[in-house]
Write a protein that binds this ligand. Structure first.
Ligand code: 26Q
Length: 808
């Protein structure tokens, strides 16, 4: 299709008038829609071509199975990838609109909670840019991540009806609808050849209808597919009920089916036992595997023994792990393979990525629930476990305890399925998401399995896509970089290293330009914060930012304690060498996580007191930005000076926000945890503010942890705790922060917040010292961007491909 500004203008006009039925001057959302359709047309032929190229016999393909794809907005991303920036601006200009304003009209596709979901979206971007035959499989949630409002300082959740205005990017492909079974019972019989077989009978089925979203590569004419399943009632089932005269029951059953893809679960650490969640998991796994089998056949293949040669499924955490049992079921019951053949195929094409070290976050499902919902897959899991435990017994004769530890079935009052164990047993590859995380998995959680199958375990350090997180989010910095080293860095981020010489202080004019870009980005963020929080951030102050899910292990509380400490310093006139600071928080709490919600309330109350204190003035500001999401981070990361990555060491598997900040020239204050360690390695200790206990030290201290000891021996910490305990931040709401004080002061605080307070405050002093020397800070900022090449998902995906997927 023609790509000129004129051609886009004509199409845009046609869509606005003939397709949408809107005149010039209509609400801006229709301008967005008309432009989206105009661009979609330009994706279509590349999309169809990519399909055709992928559809060849004998070609190996990968599938990314994930309950979450946190995509955010698509329009600007496609504009960038297609190289249509100038043309799109030209088209909009004749209607008096800017691309930025129009892009703002798009609702984020918030089909994920946080890091794990956003990683899946960055991976899809890199796979397309690297021209790899990878398809994403997920769920077409009607409601994505809830919208967060703040009322009187408390989080209030609202449904996210992201499809209200329609979704111009998706294409329904009802021709590939699948059927997914639930309930019923199993029957065992011998087939004509006398071979024992099973059938899953009397099931209640639902339909899975695919909705495809295009995933464009960066200027390479590749458009891959993200296929999202929507649930619907089967006609047959409705009709049966209807014939029996129970019309309303039939409609109810229809509702029941449609519930499956209704809403994303808003927990970012597993919440066990919810039946609907298990339905979602099986729905995704079953539909995706059926579809992959169909695609493989449609490409002209037929010898099932070659299936594992041609297909690999990457499971994003344990959420889609029921796929192990489901592929076995399809091969045994539908394809009539024998157990050994089916197992050889299954265990050769499944791969599992773990995203957490918290033992309490490992997914478990009550066996009883499985029995009722998925009787046939459960039988298969029993068989997998029996055969597996036999192997364990062979390797460690008489070691009963180990057999119990390693069993996929956890015995106890409620028998439970350990999904991580099923994933490891059923996969040929098991990986963590940062070097430390992968090592700790081998030494801790997965130790027994590592001893059995050391060759399965590997590391794939996370990344983020530089297209969205730099080229799109930070056009000012991108232009500056382009001028210095050309544009190649966008698809080869290691090129950024060529900026390193410019960090030297004698490049003062480059330094000034770098600062000017950051300053403009800070103005943009300050405007947003003014609108959303009614707080004034001064762009000349240090922008100190912690945005991520609210979780105790991420220690937003440690950050708050530091802010209270700064407030105390002001109140005690300790203003020597003062550095003006604006502290920004953002993030959602799981609706059922009371402590996380109380932390949000604390942040808001402390902010209100500080911002309202005339004596504090511009020295210190604090804000909580409501409804943190992908599109907020696109404004926040480019405007950040100091990136807060302060989890208890050994608890954050990787982190990916840390990488987005680094790429955009923020300096990190962080613990020796997750990918922070690799960031520190890349940028050097002079350009990273490291503090706190290491993972091993945390565990060594745990049995003896006495938080009161730190309070007694550190007057500044005592000042902070005393002020909090005095009720200064909750004068009209007595007692609401007692639970927070209690955990901070408890020897059982798992996150050991107070153990790192002194070290954190000292590191913050180093931050201030560096900030006061403009050249020194600018140099650190440039070096962070220049050293961030490793953290591109292009590198991550190349490693997945080289070690696991082996696609050509
Ligand atoms: C499980 C069962 C039932 C309901 C919800 C869940 C659930 C949903 C989401 C459990 C966990 C999640 C999300 C986890 C997550 O985002 N983990 C993060 O993954 C990132 C990408 O690897 C890492 O960088 C982060 O360190 C890790 O916390």
């Amino acid at each position: 299709m023609p790509d000129s500004g004129e051609a886009l203008t004509a199409d845009f006009q046609r869509y606005q008038f003939y397709h949408l039925g809107r005149f010039h001057g209509c609400p801006r959302v229709y301008t967005y829609q008309a432009l989206a359709w105009t661009l979609r047309d330009r994706l279509m032929s590349d999309w169809m071509n990519t399909y055709a190229v992928r559809d060849q016999p004998g070609k190996r393909r990968a599938y990314y199975l994930s309950l979450e794809f946190l995509i955010g907005r698509a329009l600007s991303n496609h504009v960038l990838n297609l190289g249509l920036d100038t043309a799109a601006r030209e088209a909009l200009q004749s209607f008096g609109q800017t691309l930025e304003d129009v892009a703002e009209e798009e609702t984020d596709a918030g089909l994920g909670n946080g890091g794990l979901g956003r990683l899946a979206a960055c991976f899809m971007d890199s796979c397309a840019t690297l021209d790899l035959p990878v398809m994403g499989y997920g769920i077409h949630y009607e409601y994505g991540m809830f919208r967060q409002n703040i009322e009187n300082g408390y989080q209030v959740e609202e449904p996210d009806h992201w499809l209200r205005d329609g979704n111009p990017w998706e294409v329904e492909r009802s021709e590939f609808t699948c059927r997914v079974s639930f309930g019923g019972h199993t029957e065992h019989f011998h087939d004509k050849e006398g071979i024992p077989r099973a059938r899953w009978a009397n099931t209640r089925d639902v339909l899975a209808i695919p909705y495809d979203m295009p995933v464009s590569g960066y200027r390479n004419h590749v458009v891959n597919t993200l296929r999202l399943w929507k649930s619907a009632a089967t006609d047959v089932f409705d009709l049966n009920e209807f014939n029996a005269g129970s019309y309303s029951e039939a409609v109810q059953a229809k509702n029941h089916a449609e519930h499956i893809s209704m809403v994303l679960y808003p927990n970012d650490s597993s919440e066990s036992g919810k039946e609907l969640r298990l339905r979602q998991q099986y729905f995704l796994a079953s539909a995706s595997l059926q579809d992959a089998l169909r695609q493989w056949r449609a490409a002209g293949n037929s010898d099932l023994m070659k299936f594992a040669e041609h297909n690999v499924f990457q499971m994003n955490d344990t959420h889609p792990t029921i796929a192990v049992a489901e592929l076995m079921r399809l091969l045994l019951d539908n394809e009539r393979l024998q157990w050994d053949a089916a197992w050889a195929i299954t265990s050769q094409c499944m791969a599992y990525t773990n995203h957490t070290l918290l033992p309490e976050a490992l997914e478990r499902w009550p066996v009883a629930l499985f029995e009722r919902l998925l009787p046939r897959p459960l039988e298969i899991i029993y068989e997998i476990n029996g055969r597996f435990l036999h192997k364990v017994a062979m390797k460690w004769p008489g070691d009963i305890e180990r057999r119990q530890r390693m069993s996929i079935i956890e015995e106890g009052e409620v028998r439970q399925l350990r999904m991580a164990w099923l994933a490891i047993v059923g996969s040929f590859s098991v990986n963590g998401v940062a070097a430390l995380h992968s090592r700790l998995l081998k030494e801790g959680l997965f130790r027994d399995f590592f001893e059995l199958w050391p060759y399965k375990f590997n590391n794939k350090t996370n990344g983020v896509t530089p297209r969205r997180w730099v080229a799109h989010a930070n056009p000012g910095m991108s232009a500056l970089i382009n001028r210095e080293i050309g544009e190649e860095w966008v698809a080869d981020l290691s090129q950024l290293a060529r900026l390193k010489p410019l960090a030297a202080a004698d490049h003062s004019s480059f330094h000034a330009e770098w600062r000017a870009v950051k300053r403009a980005n800070k103005e943009r963020l300050a405007k947003l914060i003014k609108t959303e929080c009614r707080v004034e951030f001064n762009p000349d102050a240090l922008f100190d930012v912690q945005v991520k899910r609210i979780h105790e292990y991420k220690r937003q509380l440690l950050n708050v304690l530091h802010v209270i400490h700064l407030y105390n310093r002001i109140n005690h006139d300790q203003l020597e060498n003062w550095v003006d600071r604006c502290v920004l928080f953002g993030g959602k709490a799981a609706p059922g996580y009371a402590m996380a919600k109380r932390i949000i309330k604390l942040i808001n109350n402390v902010a209100e007191v500080i911002n309202g204190d005339y004596d504090v003035g511009d020295r210190l500001k604090m804000a909580f930005l409501p409804n943190y999401r992908v599109s907020s981070m696109e404004i926040i990361a480019p405007a950040t000076d100091l990136s807060e990555q302060i989890s208890t060491a050994g608890k954050e598997a990787s982190g990916t926000g840390n990488m987005k900040f680094m790429m955009n020239g923020a300096v990190t204050i962080g613990t020796y945890d997750g990918a922070n360690i690799e960031i520190l390695d890349a940028v050097g200790e002079d350009n990273f503010f490291l503090f706190g206990l290491h993972a091993e030290e945390v565990e060594a201290l745990r049995p003896h942890y006495q938080p009161q000891h730190y309070v007694d021996s550190d007057p500044e910490l005592r000042g902070v705790i005393d002020l909090l305990a005095s009720g200064h931040f909750n004068l009209s709401e007595p007692g609401i922060f007692d639970v927070i004080l209690d955990t901070l002061l408890s020897p059982n605080d798992p996150w050991m917040v107070l153990a790192d307070f002194r070290s954190y405050v000292d590191a913050q002093q180093q931050v201030e010292q560096a900030w006061r020397d403009k050249a020194c800070w600018t140099s650190k900022s440039i070096l962070n961007t220049a050293s961030s090449g490793f953290f591109s998902t292009d590198r991550t995906i190349q490693k997945y491909n080289a070690d696991i997927w082996k696609l050509t």
